[in-house]
Ligand binder design. Structure first.
Ligand code: ADP
Ligand code: F6P
Length: 353
């Protein structure tokens, strides 16, 4: 392939996601194939600001030998971080200049919605960018799946199956909190995949009394080992409920989501449903720091190559995704303008069956 571009960069940004390293390896292999050098930018957009004492702390040459070992590893070899300064146009202008100073002619940016906002701004400053959707949250509307989501769901499924085995053994319900920020996809998919009887998500407003009623109905039907899967972002969509007052018998004014947690949700449900015990588990970072499952590894393989080909073809300001099960790309601005459609019917089915 004859191409005018000789040097590209790559960074990972936002929360780490399983498959980020595999995507970096795919980009590195593609760069080597097409005769392009590759610079790894460290700690998301921070590396572009070049504030470290040593340049090597901000950017490293990525040769194939360096990256081939990391494909299956959890986490991100390039490190990741949030970067508040990148919200400031003055810092972004400096970053764009540093990109040019390093001789980088195009950037592959692996991250979620926020990282894409940053990429879009860099594009506006004349830095060609291609995005790979790296986040466990699955909160980007334009793609059916984000990189890391499938692995995170599989982790939740393994954990919930284990928790359900103990719930069954002890005849007690369980509350399991999963990640996803403002998106309920991990919770819904994990609930559907494990047969969990109640799912609570940010997209659907809910009241703790309705959850208790559902649990009471299930108990009356003979199921006292119910699993409640709650998305971490769902506390914000909970109708006001006096959590402290209920648990301490001292009532006070309350606001949506105030004082609630998986632990307290389990305690409240236990009391409202007259159960002897109800346990809670917060899955947290175990969902992120994982070796990628096959789906994410395969996605990373294709996405990394497509990203490099797009940059070399001068077809930048694009994002890579999956539609109808196949890899595709589209304009970053249009992608970010798309709105997610939550699978409400599936949610209702979980909570009604
Ligand atoms: P994710 O990419 O997983 O959604 P964040 O929302 O934390 O993660 O965003 C990651 C980083 O992207 C932020 O720390 C910031 O550096 C950059 N970013 C987020 N939003 C914007 C924005 N509106 N403009 C420019 N950069 C942004
Ligand atoms: O975006 C990925 C994610 O894991 C979200 O699910 C979660 O809300 C957030 O990152 C947690 O971020 P932090 O790395 O700051 O704990």
């Amino acid at each position: 392939m004859g191409n005018p571009i000789k040097r590209i960069g790559i960074l990972t940004s936002g929360g780490d996601a399983p498959g980020m390293n595999a995507a970096v390896v795919s980009v590195a292999r593609s760069a080597a194939l097409y005769g392009v050098s590759l610079v790894g930018i460290k700690r998301g957009y921070n590396g572009l600001l070049r504030r470290s004492a040593q340049l090597a702390d901000d950017a490293v040459e990525l040769d194939l030998d360096t990256v081939l070992d990391i494909a299956d590893q959890p986490g991100t070899y390039l490190r990741t971080a949030r970067c508040e300064e990148f919200l400031d146009p003055a810092w972004r202008a400096k970053a764009a200049q540093h990109v040019r100073d390093m001789g980088i002619e195009g950037l592959v940016i692996i991250g979620g919605d926020g990282s894409y906002q940053g990429a879009m701004r860099l594009c506006e400053l004349g830095v060609p960018c291609v995005g790979i959707p790296g986040t466990i949250d699955n909160d980007l509307a334009y793609t059916e799946m984000t990189l890391g989501y499938d692995t995170a769901v599989n982790v939740c499924v393994d954990a919930i199956r284990a928790i359900r085995a103990t719930s069954r053994s002890h005849d007690r319900p369980a509350v399991v909190e999963v990640m996803g920020r403002n998106c309920g996809d991990i919770a819904l998919k994990a609930a559907v995949s494990t047969g969990a009887e109640i799912v609570i998500v940010p997209e659907v407003p809910w009241h703790i009394d309705d959850v208790a009623d559902r649990l009471n109905r299930l108990i009356a039907r003979g199921n006292n080992r119910v699993t409640v899967v709650v998305a971490e972002g769902a506390y914000a969509s909970m109708a006001p409920f006096d959590v402290y007052g209920f648990l301490t018998a001292r009532g006070k004014q309350c606001y949506p989501g105030e004082g609630i947690s998986a632990l307290r949700l389990a305690s409240i449900l236990k009391r409202k449903c007259g159960m002897v015990e109800a346990r809670s588990t917060v899955l947290g970072y175990v969902q992120r720091g994982q070796q990628p499952a096959a789906y994410d590894s395969a996605f990373a393989f294709e996405a990394g190559n497509l990203a490099v080909r797009l940059l070399l073809a001068g077809d930048s300001n694009r994002v890579v995704g999956i539609r109808d099960g196949r890899i595709f790309h589209m304009d970053i601005t249009q992608a970010l303008a798309e709105r997610r459609a939550f699978h409400r019917e599936l949610y209702d089915l979980v909570n009604e069956l």
